[in-house]
Design a protein around this ligand. Structure first.
Ligand SMILES: Nc1ncnc2c1ncn2[C@@H]1O[C@H](COP(=O)(O)OP(=O)(O)OP(=O)(O)O)[C@@H](O)[C@H]1O
Ligand SMILES: [Mg+2]
Length: 260
């Protein structure tokens, strides 16, 4: 049995080279269900590479991954999807011309057999189920829910993508810079959704350059510096100032002098 105390995912000694460049260097990373981890580091620190190893976009050169205690090979996106790992990319891969409900069920549409013969899309059930997830689980109520998602705001589209992740029974959601292009209200909503995911016992990794956002949701922060993990600490045990030093110098005790 996988209780809440054991890791959902445990990566050990993960190393990834691109030619002569070591993008990720012997990193250990683990996360439990219902935990929100902020993954931090400067540009090029290795954050996206590490999560792409988790989603099967890249294979590590060294290291092992355990999922619910079992050694796994994540060879491609299909493998990570089967495990319940759902990445949320910037473009969100939604179909702009379809409404929210249709997007939530994209690729796994509910069908009913009409005349006991031909499978027909069960639009009513899909819409009801989409509303249940959007409303009850994510607390989202947008007026324009019958609009093609093309007409929704960035934050609303993000909510639809997250509802889809929940519907597909994701155990882990990975957000790489989810708030980069959002307005103040939309950022607030995204942070609320992240909290809802945690309430739903989903593990969440959030990559963001905005420390304020990370501090407002993350239970723990992991800092990468030039591919190496330099911190893995409950958020409340590190000050934002220390995090910045870890990101820039890989060392939180570094004294920063003027003109250095
Ligand atoms: N496919 C690739 N081929 C070659 N080098 C790559 C590739 N992907 C990433 N890199 C390099 O690996 C290093 C880590 O990149 P990565 O994208 O993981 O950084 P990051 O922490 O996500 O940065 P950012 O905050 O800018 O998104 C960088 O030096 C980058 O140029
Ligand atoms: Mg990145």
């Amino acid at each position: 049995m996988n209780g809440n105390d054991s890791a959902l995912v445990e990566m050990r000694g993960i190393t990834k080279n691109f030619g002569g460049l070591r993008a990720v260097d012997s990193v250990d990373f683990s996360i439990k269900r219902g935990e929100v981890v902020g993954l931090l580091g400067e540009n090029g620190a290795g954050k996206s590479t590490l999560i792409k190893i988790l989603t099967g976009i890249y294979r590590p050169d060294y290291g092992e991954i355990r999922f619910e205690g079992n050694l796994v090979e994540i060879r491609n996106r299909a493998d990570s999807q089967r495990l319940g790992i759902e990445p949320l990319y910037q473009d969100l891969s939604l179909v702009g011309t379809l409404d929210a409900a249709s997007n939530v069920f994209l690729g796994k549409e509910l069908t009913k057999k009409r005349f006991g013969f031909f499978p027909v899309l069960n639009l009513k059930t899909m819409q009801k189920e989409a509303e249940r997830i959007l409303w009850e689980q994510l607390g989202i109520d947008f007026k324009n829910r019958w609009e093609p998602v093309f007409n929704l705001s960035g934050g609303e589209r993000q909510a639809v993508a997250l509802a889809r992740a929940i519907y597909s029974e994701a155990k882990m959601v990975i957000l790489d810079e989810p708030m980069a292009s959002l307005g103040v209200e939309e950022v607030k909503r995204t942070l609320d959704i992240i909290r809802k995911l945690r309430e739903n016992n989903i593990a969440v990794i959030v990559i963001s350059h905005n420390l304020e956002h990370v501090y407002s949701v993350a239970d723990r922060v992991v800092v990468l510096h030039r591919g190496k993990k330099v911190a893995d600490t409950p958020t409340k045990e590190l000050t934002p100032d220390e995090v910045v030093k870890l990101m820039v110098f890989g060392d939180r005790t570094k004294e920063v002098k003027a003109y250095e």
